[in-house]
Design a protein around this ligand. Structure first.
Ligand SMILES: Cc1ncc(COP(=O)(O)O)c(C=O)c1O
Length: 531
């Protein structure tokens, strides 16, 4: 730790965050938590929770779709929250509208289902995207639009300007379409250039900027960077409330969207006899049903809280801790000198946020099953994330998966009768040595002690050791380990059997051992192994 303070003297200037942690986030240390999943969810200050409780206890709030006193009280607070969002992002109310959604995913869906895709337009996506953005391709394809991906570079998980230009097709048509990318990767922490927004707009594209992983540690100034659409979830920024996100949309772009339906709260006039409806203008046409009026006011509380601390202070501390974490991970070695960790994405702190994806390696250089890491970390009171984090493009690039293996894996899973086929077998066929990576992410009250705790855990648990893989349950799906493995009663998915018997020989991570036999990557599992 002394080394850290010497290497990063600027850390001392962020001491206010330690003071806040001791009071406002004291549930962390009281509960013995080492919280390293800020990209999963931010954490709330106690004063945010108190503000919610006192508002609820001190007032009466009715459905905002009326004009009675309790309804007006709700409306006033929701409108105050809208104004607070615009102020925070330095957005003019004449230029931007704030649409409250259930989460960032809901914001993306609003754009996808309403965007005027057509045969002559395209949707450009970076391969590094959350599934909630990848899903837009279904709307685009349904309208006959071309979907083009900008590839991720396998070594640092960045997307080059060239790759983006190639995908955008160098000025395609008079209204090229939509570019959607994350300001910060939820897999690798890579910050993709905000300068792409203006460049894409100059080529005629609209831009959907997924800011969900970016805004918890960085300022987004919408008077400087002016994407047509911005998607985010508030709980990622300040922990509370959950169930509320927002789409910030430029009013001119909003006017070009075509909603596929109408619902309560969105219409100016509607008739059953005439089968006719007219939507309200602006944001009201996009907020389906009753908004979360008891929680939306907490967005203003959260924004005030972050503003009072200063997002730059949070960002500076996270940047120092991330750089230190990366340096220390690079130094973790088995006593043979072999590295203990493989990091995916940039190995230093440049142009990146506080999200680090990695795998631990055993003394022979094989990847340690991420489920074992999840189990071991949980036992040590450490909250981190494992898997592919809903970001298959970054995962495929990080693990160097080959197209032909992905095709084979897809065919395996989509073949008739394979509805219950274990995801583990799919992963093997795709060429994955395990089910994904380990993600450590830092945020508002992360401290050097958190980083040290994680590094200590890593050394204690994996240095010169082979992990205990017994008792790991089959992967349940893309997201979760655990639960009953699908398949007939008594059967075990093949990979569960593999896990209990296997260790890949060094340098051949795609070879797996099943009941004493080494399986080549071309091995095609058939159904389940009898239990
Ligand atoms: C970059 C990014 N985009 C979108 C999402 C989706 O957010 P939500 O699940 O809150 O809708 C996430 C969630 O992890 C994310 O990290």
């Amino acid at each position: 730790m002394g080394d850290f303070r010497a290497a990063y003297p600027g850390y001392a200037a962020t001491a206010r965050l330690d003071e806040l942690r001791a009071v406002e986030y004291r549930y962390l240390d009281e509960g013995g938590h080492v919280y390293l999943d800020y990209t999963g969810a931010g954490l709330p200050a106690r004063s945010q929770l108190r503000a919610h409780a006192s508002r609820m206890l001190g007032g009466v709030y009715g459905n905002p779709h009326s004009e009675n006193p309790t309804s007006s009280a709700s409306t006033a607070l929701v409108e105050q929250a809208r104004a607070a969002v615009l102020r925070y992002f330095n957005a003019s109310p004449d230029e931007y509208a704030v649409i409250f959604t259930p989460n960032a995913t809901g914001a993306c869906r609003l754009v996808g289902e309403s965007y005027p895709f057509g045969r002559r337009s395209r949707l450009v996506l970076t391969a590094d995207n959350h599934n909630s953005v990848h899903g837009l391709r279904e709307y685009a394809a349904r309208c006959g639009a071309r979907v083009a991906y900008a590839k991720v570079n396998g070594s640092d998980l960045r997307v080059s300007d060239r790759a983006l230009l190639d995908a955008a097709g160098h000025g395609h048509g008079s209204h090229p379409g939509l570019l959607a990318y994350p300001a910060q990767s939820n897999f690798s922490g890579v910050r993709h250039p905000l300068s792409w927004v203006a460049r894409a707009q100059a080529a005629g594209y609209d831009v959907l900027l997924d800011a969900a992983a970016f805004v918890p540690t960085s300022q987004l100034d919408l008077s400087v960077v002016r994407p047509e659409f911005v998607a985010l979830s508030w709980y990622k920024m300040f922990g509370f409330p959950t169930g509320v996100g927002c789409l910030l949309a430029r009013r001119d772009a909003l006017g070009r969207l075509r909603r596929p339906w109408f619902s309560g709260g969105t219409i100016r006039a509607v008739s059953v006899g005439e089968r006719w409806h007219q939507l309200l203008g602006d944001e009201a046409a996009f907020e389906d049903g009753t908004v979360n009026f008891l929680s939306i006011p907490d967005v203003a509380v959260g924004l005030d809280w972050i503003s009072e601390i200063g997002i730059d202070l949070i960002g500076q501390r996270v940047a120092m801790l991330t750089a230190w974490l990366l340096e220390c991970l690079g130094r973790l070695r088995h006593s043979s000198g072999a590295p203990m960790v493989r990091v995916y994405g940039p190995r230093n702190g440049e142009s990146r946020g506080g999200t680090v994806a990695l795998n631990f390696l055993d003394p022979e250089g094989s990847i340690i099953d991420e489920r074992a890491v999840s189990r071991d970390a949980s036992a040590a009171g450490i909250s981190l994330r494992t898997g592919c984090f809903c970001n298959p493009g970054a995962g495929e690039a990080a693990f160097g998966l080959r197209r032909r293996d992905l095709t084979r894996a897809r065919r395996f899973l989509l073949r008739p009768g394979a509805e219950d086929a274990p995801i583990d077998d799919y992963l093997i066929l795709a060429g994955m040595a395990t089910g994904g990576a380990v993600r450590v992410s830092l945020g508002i009250v992360s401290s050097v002690e958190d980083v040290e705790a994680f590094l200590d855990f890593a050394e204690r648990t994996y240095r010169d050791r082979y992990p205990d893989l017994t008792g790991l349950t089959a992967r349940h799906g893309c997201l979760l380990p655990g639960g009953r493995p699908p398949g007939p009663p008594g059967a075990r998915p093949m990979a569960a059997a593999i896990v209990s018997a296997a260790r890949c020989p060094r340098g051949t991570p795609q070879y797996l051992r099943l009941r004493g036999r080494w399986l080549p990557p071309s091995y095609r599992p058939r159904g389940h192994v009898a239990g």
